[in-house]
Design a protein around this ligand. Structure first.
Ligand code: NAG
Ligand code: NAG
Ligand code: NAG
Ligand code: NAG
Ligand code: NAG
Ligand code: NAG
Ligand code: NAG
Ligand code: NAG
Ligand code: CU
Length: 614
């Protein structure tokens, strides 16, 4: 059993982590990159280093604005620069872990292309839907950006736009209004589990980094993800099974770093044309330097723990929020979350494993471990690291499937908690409906989208109440400035709750029932766009209604949102009426209406990650 390292799964059971993926002492990719990841170069050597900001001879693009001195919700630089991208979406076969599977790709690559901009730039992305065999709608969401004054470009079909019809293009144009690390992904059904996702990096100030950030080597996005060998549509069907246990048992096949992984082909499905040692991601580090890793959890469902053998990590940002630095031996991320960490290459020069694991209790995977190799300069990059995991990694105390304690995660720029103007409580339950499908309900109501009539357009036209359509789960907060939402989770599964259009102030979170009054560090609560709601626990989120629009607030586990764990927060509808919705949005609907005249999309789930009445 050499090569297998025992770890505790949090219940006290021992499981094994495969440290040496093959018996030989070399680590060489077998599968040609094009078959594994298409045009993506993520995880290939040499590791590129990103600049502190793009294209700058005219000084720092964001001028004298700093992490410590700027309220990013009130002030954004304006660089006058637009970064343009062309994305074509199509089906293709790739083998991220050595087993060929049908995927949906952007520009023929998995993960999708890196979007890179400076804080204050405009980002323009033209998306062409070339999905055929069969045709399908699509729409991309730019996770974590505020979309102030451009709510129609947030990319959620049924809420802000119609899906982009097959054969049509749509151009999104929005501001890089926050800085840090993030990703974009399809918000149409669970397409992103099929590959429609990619990293997004917005360069900004680093004055919150210990000692300033000028010496830091930015190695860019590190994408950690679960992987499914079954197509997303079949998985969505399973997630709606009339047997809740079956519905909750959608299980990933593997765990990937930079979209790469190895599998044990002896355990692969018969006839799957499996290649062992397809190829792991590799990184090269420069001795003595501090490296910035932007760890981004692009899972459909997985909770991930990430660590680098023998090294510590200093967290400098969670989601798009710069935090007071804190040092840990590993970070834990829910779907959709990001953590920027600094790692100093100050150990014995060598090769080390970067490890990711999905804790057994918090995620379901047939193969919950992923490895990538990190090489100090001068070390042969064909050698297999022999490093051992950090103690914390193999003796996890983490069984609550949550984030770092709120007491640890303090925003660098302090903003105090205001008393709420209105407070609502949302009870989350899971039920099997009369026709035998598992659903989540918020205060007794599951969510279901209508792709053909985006809510933002109805709001713009002054129609803000939908008594005949309770399944749209719209909460109209009218003119309220401060909204507090208490999510009370009545099921034994955790939910990474993600809000669009803002960062939530995390008032409190925990297990059991909220006491109605507690607040963690009200002088400067944690802010972020995705926060874990623990199994049978609560999450108290507060929103400043400073972004008129209709904003999804939902669980980011693809299967749960498909089951309708989703609400729409309507903010300041009177101000939405004064905005101007660009004509392209209506065009997107014209294309979609034309398409749906002749095709009834098989909308099997909630629609935001499918049900549609034509
Ligand atoms: C930052 O720069 C702007 C103009 O570029 C100037 O008006 C402002 O006073 C400066 N702020 C500080 C704190 O230096
Ligand atoms: C199996 O995969 C290899 C690549 O690893 C490819 O060259 C070959 O054509 C595939 N065979 C079949 C039957 O798909
Ligand atoms: C990786 O190596 C290349 C040269 O081979 C070097 O240019 C690059 O800076 C290195 N990357 C890191 C993160 O050290
Ligand atoms: C990624 O998100 C999934 C689902 O929320 C979560 O289970 C997993 O721990 C997260 N992993 C990381 C590294 O964030
Ligand atoms: C139950 O859910 C399924 C799938 O979500 C849906 O098609 C069906 O209409 C629902 N049944 C009722 C009675 O709402
Ligand atoms: C508002 O929109 C809904 C959904 O399209 C519709 O059923 C309702 O009649 C509309 N209300 C008004 C006042 O137009
Ligand atoms: C504030 O929100 C509540 C719902 O939580 C709503 O009933 C009330 O009318 C809103 N107040 C204003 C001033 O819009
Ligand atoms: C928005 O609403 C207007 C007025 O009801 C309608 O004419 C238009 O087609 C709608 N546009 C979209 C994109 O739904
Ligand atoms: Cu969930």
């Amino acid at each position: 059993m050499s090569g297998l390292i025992p770890i505790l799964d949090g219940l006290g059971n021992v499981t094994f982590i495969n440290n040496l993926l093959s018996s030989v002492g070399v680590l060489v990719s077998i599968l040609p990159g094009l078959l594994q990841n298409g045009n993506s170069t993520l995880g290939l050597l040499p590791t590129p280093v990103l600049p502190p900001f793009l294209g700058g001879s005219q000084g720092i693009p964001w001028g004298n604005m700093t992490a410590g001195g700027t309220n990013v919700y009130e002030q954004t630089p304006d660089t006058g620069v637009t970064r343009s991208y062309d994305f074509t979406i199509a089906r293709a076969t790739l083998a991220p872990e050595g087993i060929p599977k049908e995927m949906m790709l952007i520009n023929g690559q998995y993960p999708g292309p890196l979007i890179e901009a400076n804080w204050g730039d405009m980002i323009e992305v033209t998306v062409t839907n070339s999905i055929t065999g069969p045709e399908e709608g699509t729409a991309l969401h730019w996770h974590g950006l505020l979309q102030k004054e451009t709510p129609w470009y947030d990319g959620v079909p049924s809420v802000q736009m119609c899906p982009i019809a097959p054969g049509k293009s749509f151009t999104y144009k929005f501001k890089a209004d926050l800085y840090g690390s993030s990703w974009y992904h399809s918000h149409y059904s669970a397409q992103y589990a099929g590959g429609l996702l990619g990293p997004m990096i917005i360069h900004g100030p680093r004055d919150n980094y210990p000692g300033g950030g000028s010496d830091v080597v930015d190695i860019g996005p590190v994408l950690v993800s679960d992987s499914y060998l079954t197509d997303y549509y079949t998985l969505v069907q399973q997630s709606e099974s009339n047997n809740v246990a079956v519905a909750e048992l959608v299980t990933s096949s593997n765990t990937l770093i930079q979209g790469k992984g190895n599998v044990d082909c002896s355990a692969a499905p018969a006839g799957s044309n499996c290649t062992s040692n397809a190829g792991l991601a590799k990184f090269n580090f420069t001795r003595g330097k501090r490296h910035l890793l932007r760890i981004i959890n692009t899972s459909a469902a997985a909770f991930m723990v990430v660590s680098l053998d023998s090294h510590k990590m200093t967290v400098v940002a969670n989601d798009f929020v710069a935090v007071k630095p804190y040092t840990v031996s590993q970070v834990q991320l829910f779907v959709g979350q990001r953590t920027d960490v600094l790692i100093t290459a100050n150990q014995i020069p060598g090769a080390y494993w970067l490890r990711v694991r999905q804790p057994v209790l918090c995620a379901l995977s047939l193969q919950p471990f992923a490895l990538a190799a990190v090489y100090y300069d001068g070390i042969d990059t064909n050698t297999k690291p022999l490093s051992l995991p950090n103690l914390d990694f193999i003796t996890p105390t983490l069984i609550n499937c949550g984030n770092d304690a709120l007491t640890l995660t303090e925003p660098y720029y302090p903003i105090k908690l205001d008393p709420p103007d209105t407070t609502i409580t949302i009870q989350i339950t899971q039920t099997v409906n009369e026709t035998g499908y598992t659903h989540y309900e918020m205060n007794g109501q599951t969510f279901r989208a209508n792709y053909n009539h985006p809510l933002l357009n109805l709001t713009y036209n002054g129609n803000t109440s939908y008594p005949d359509d309770p399944q749209w789960n719209v909460y109209n907060f009218g003119a309220n400035d401060t909204i507090r939402i208490i999510f009370q989770n009545n099921v034994p599964f955790g939910h990474p709750m993600h809000v669009h259009g803002q960062n939530m102030y995390v008032v409190d979170e925990g297990v059991g029932a909220y006491d109605g009054v507690s607040a963690v560090r009200p002088t400067n609560p944690q802010r972020r766009d995705t926060q874990s709601l623990k199994p049978n626990g609560y999450l108290v989120a507060q929103l400043k209604a400073d972004n008129p629009g209709v904003w999804p607030f939902h669980c980011h586990i693809a299967w749960h949102v498909g089951q309708g764990l989703y609400i729409n927060v309507m903010q300041k509808p009177e101000l939405v009426r004064q905005m101007e919705i660009p004509g392209v949005v209506a065009q997107s609907c014209d294309g979609w209406w034309e398409f749906t005249d002749n095709n009834i999309p098989n909308q099997i789930d909630s629609g935001v990650k499918l049900f549609r009445e034509v």
